[in-house]
Design a protein around this ligand. Structure first.
Ligand code: PLP
Length: 386
């Protein structure tokens, strides 16, 4: 059989994470995961079971159940503290099959040939592929490894051009866990005002912070689409429930795109997500936050004791970037070699040019597994240098 995929897929490769996972030997410790290992809270599970037992399993409106959209709107309005001229309503929310679909629908609806989409580097590896599928051009602003992957005002400004149509903001970040300060968010907003540029802010990790809740650029800039979901904050990755929220005139178009991709998000997952927007839901997220903070301390001290290489971990999410640049080899090669020590990591190069020279380690597994995984990295790296 001979088959050639459509032209638009010709440069899309299996992600580095997938390639690593597929080659991992049995018994490997997985420091490559991008999902919390906590069970979905029981009250959320019960809401889903009830929806199934009551037979409420049909399609919903394309944009999602009104009562869920109202909860999501209220959640985002809270964050705005009344600052925005456009409070969110149920019409400013489109519920999607995970934040991933929201990202896809938003980019497809908002950018195309001739447009530049400005992405953070390093940043979530799905962004450039989605932008290219939309026929738009990828440009990047560097968050330099040399500065601990912090936001850099000069590099941001110099990356803007007259063709910039969309700017992505990712805080806390995958892969670095770093957040962008409120002052820097205000700076970005000031630089974009009057330029006919829209912001897409990916806030999937916003509820997983260790100190202060990170700000949202939607507090500073009205032409903003927020992408978020319950995957990380409620440990519901497989339920596939996310959303895009922003001005109605944009969300209307995002919803058209979404309609032709997935019709609507699963009704059962939508019912379950309703349970997340309750006091019980807030408490569950707070519990996960506390545990992740503890695990961040576990991985930090394990790296310091066993690996003794520089690393960066940030103010939220669940990632650490281990600096392996002294080995002077591509991070993908190092990650592949570490599979021999039965530990899975993700090469920093998967996230952009600035990620090269690093391995992304996730600390969303049990502390003793984290400790053992880091020990295996240390012995794997020692073998390589011997
Ligand atoms: N955005 C970022 C930065 C992510 O890391 C992920 C998943 O890893 C997503 C979006 C997609 O999340 P979801 O599970 O809601 O599709």
């Amino acid at each position: 059989m001979s088959f050639t995929p459509a032209e638009r897929l010709k440069d899309v490769r299996k992600s580095a994470t997938r390639r690593l996972f597929d080659s991992a030997p049995p018994g490997s410790i997985n420091l490559g995961l991008g999902e919390p290992d906590f069970p979905t809270p029981e009250f959320v599970q019960r809401a889903a079971i009830q929806a199934i037992q009551e037979g409420r399993v049909g399609y919903t409106a394309n944009a999602g159940l009104v009562e869920l959209r109202e909860k999501i709107a209220a959640y985002h309005n809270e964050g705005l503290g009344g600052k925005s001229s456009q409070p969110y309503t149920s019409d400013s929310v489109c519920v999607t099959t995970g934040a991933e679909e929201a990202l896809f629908a938003v980019v497809m609806a908002m950018a195309g040939p001739g447009d530049e989409v400005l992405l953070p580097d390093p940043g979530f590896n799905a962004y450039p592929t989605i932008v290219e599928l939309a026929g738009a051009r990828v440009t990047t602003y560097r968050m330099p490894a040399a500065r601990g992957f912090a936001f850099d005002r000069d590099l941001f400004v110099s990356a803007l051009s007259d063709e910039t149509r969309l700017v992505f903001v990712l805080s806390p970040s995958n892969p670095t866990s770093r957040t962008i300060s409120r002052d820097d968010l205000a700076f970005i907003a000031d630089r974009l005002r009057g330029r006919n540029v829209w912001i897409v802010t990916d806030e999937i990790y916003r509820e997983l912070y260790f100190d202060e809740r990170p700000g949202s650029i939607s507090e500073f800039y009205d032409q903003t689409i927020v992408v978020s979901g319950v995957s990380k904050m409620m440990s519901m990755t497989g339920w596939r429930l996310g959303w895009a929220a922003g001005p109605e005139e944009v969300i209307r178009h995002v919803t058209v795109m979404h309609q032709y991709v997935s019709t609507c998000a699963s009704r059962v997952s939508q019912k379950a997500a309703l349970a997340a927007f309750t006091e019980e839901g807030r408490r569950a997220t707070a519990g996960m936050r506390d545990e992740l903070r503890r695990r961040r301390d576990v991985i930090s001290s394990a790296i310091e004791r066993h690996v003794k290489l520089p690393y960066v971990t940030g103010e939220g999410a669940f990632y650490a970037m281990l600096d392996v640049s002294e080995f002077d080899r591509p991070s993908e090669e190092i990650a592949m070699a570490l599979l021999g020590s039965r530990v899975i990591t993700v090469p920093g190069s998967a996230f952009g040019v600035e990620g090269e020279g690093h391995l992304r380690l996730s600390f969303c597994i049990e502390p003793r597994e984290i400790e053992e995984g880091v020990r295996r990295i240390a012995s794997g790296l020692a073998k390589k240098t011997a």
